[in-house]
Design a protein around this ligand. Structure first.
Ligand SMILES: Cc1ncc(COP(=O)(O)O)c(C=O)c1O
Length: 424
């Protein structure tokens, strides 16, 4: 038997002790950790160099889809190179996620999200995971789902389909714009609950405004009334720290391809326990879906899908861990506060909450009479600055850590120029 010293020296321990993805990150010129203390701007600049986004492009919209850095892309390419040889050791072994449990990919993401592996199903995007929830949650005609009026189409439409097809009732509450504090949101939810409410389904981070909803309090409110809590967390992983078991909700869905910069084609469904699994029918199934001993892995039996994507996911997690989610979250938030403050100085109406607990890294402002689409096109076509928003004058500004203040200042100068040009 190995004593502690020789165990720590063994190859096995070395791979266990290393942060996840460290192997794949070997040879990648990531900034040394102490650079953060001596030259923070230099540290973020070095990370920025890992993204293929050209140096003169300012991307203020990872809210739609992120951009995977080089090590993630390399893991995908290497993954294809390796798996397409079809030399897997077992005669029944093939490179297809969609059959089997694939714990080597579920476990790292479960760890990252504060969950246990048996609570986590990796799916292909948040829309798929939301559809699982809306299609599958055990309800009768007339039973109600309560959601906000700010749900993304991928959260709302699956429920509207269920409603049209099977007569469940979709109720909505209006989100305050902006909410002053958590109590204002909780009161609106509480007032909209009826004896027929079976499930509350809301975004953790609103796609419309970037407001971070008080998920823990919403969960507690739902539980106190015997209602299931489900969150659409498409924007959460990689933007803010998440700990799903601490949050305590029953169901949680999300995407890793946005703020975590994982490959496109990665999403997840978290199910708290067997009780909630027993109440969630499947939508896509193949063999193994009905074995309760498999827990959340049952929801991954979706037919042939792409293993190199999961290899890229592991490296995206390693990349984030090598920076540290605390550091990422601080930087994301600092940049959002900066852009928001500067837009306020310009007379914008804030749809971002004044309560820091309800803010993340998406600042949303309303800037009439500026026409969002006109500004968005002009910024992208003429100046390589990418933003997004809503009609007629809402700007949604997402600030991932790889941006610099200079990038944001460039956007602000252009915004000023545009307004002047339009006489606004
Ligand atoms: C809140 C929310 N839910 C779901 C989605 C859909 O995510 P995906 O493209 O991963 O299916 C989005 C996409 O922007 C979103 O903002």
């Amino acid at each position: 038997m190995l004593d502690r010293r020789s165990f720590l020296g063994s190859a096995a321990a070395a791979s266990i002790a290393q942060p996840l993805g460290a192997q794949a990150l070997r040879g990648v010129p990531l900034p040394a950790d102490d650079l953060y203390d001596t030259d923070e701007d230099g540290y973020w600049k070095a990370l920025r160099a890992q993204f293929l986004i050209p140096a003169d492009v300012v991307n203020l919209n990872v809210g739609t889809v992120g951009s995977s850095p080089r090590p993630v892309l390399k893991a995908i390419f290497d993954g294809f190179e390796q798996t397409e040889q079809m030399t897997q050791p077992g005669s029944e072994e093939y490179p297809i996620w969609g059959y089997g449990s694939w714990d080597q990919y579920r476990q790292p993401f479960a760890d990252f999200a504060g969950a246990r592996v048996e609570q986590m199903a990796i799916l292909r995007n948040c829309t798929e995971a939301n559809s699982y929830v809306a299609n599958g949650f055990d309800m009768k005609a007339g039973d109600e789902v309560l959601m906000s009026d700010e749900e993304h189409g991928s959260g709302q439409m699956p429920w509207l389909l269920r409603s049209r097809r099977y007569g469940v009732v979709v109720k909505t509450f209006a989100m305050p714009r902006p909410p002053k504090d958590a109590a204002e949101i909780l009161n609106r939810i509480n007032d909209a609950i009826t004896p027929r409410t079976r499930i509350i389904f809301v975004s953790h981070i609103s796609t419309a405004t970037g407001v971070v909803l008080p998920a823990k309090e919403i969960t507690a409110l739902a539980r106190s009334k015997g209602i299931v809590s489900a969150f659409d967390g498409a924007h959460a992983p990689g933007m803010i720290n998440i700990n799903l078991n601490e949050l305590g909700c029953d169901l949680y869905t999300g995407s890793m391809h946005k703020w975590l910069f994982a490959p496109k084609g990665t999403g997840f469904l978290y199910l708290r326990d067997k009780g909630v699994m027993d109440r969630l029918w499947h939508t896509t199934v193949t063999g193994g879906y009905d074995d309760p001993a498999r827990m959340a892995d049952r929801y991954m039996q979706i037919g042939s899908s792409c293993i190199p994507t999961l290899m890229g996911l592991n490296v995206a997690i390693g990349f984030a861990n090598s920076i540290g989610m605390d550091r990422i979250e601080r930087r994301n938030r600092m940049l959002a506060d900066y852009i928001h403050g500067e837009m306020m100085k310009r007379g914008a109406e804030s749809w971002t909450s004044p309560d820091p607990a309800l803010r993340g890294a998406i600042a949303t402002v309303n800037v009439p009479p500026v026409q969002r689409m006109e500004l968005q096109d002009w910024l992208w076509t003429n100046h390589k600055v990418r933003i997004r928003g809503g009609a007629p004058s809402k700007l949604r500004l997402a600030t991932p850590y790889f941006l610099s203040r200079a990038d944001i200042d460039r956007f602000l100068d252009l915004f000023d120029q545009f307004r002047k040009m339009k006489g606004a």
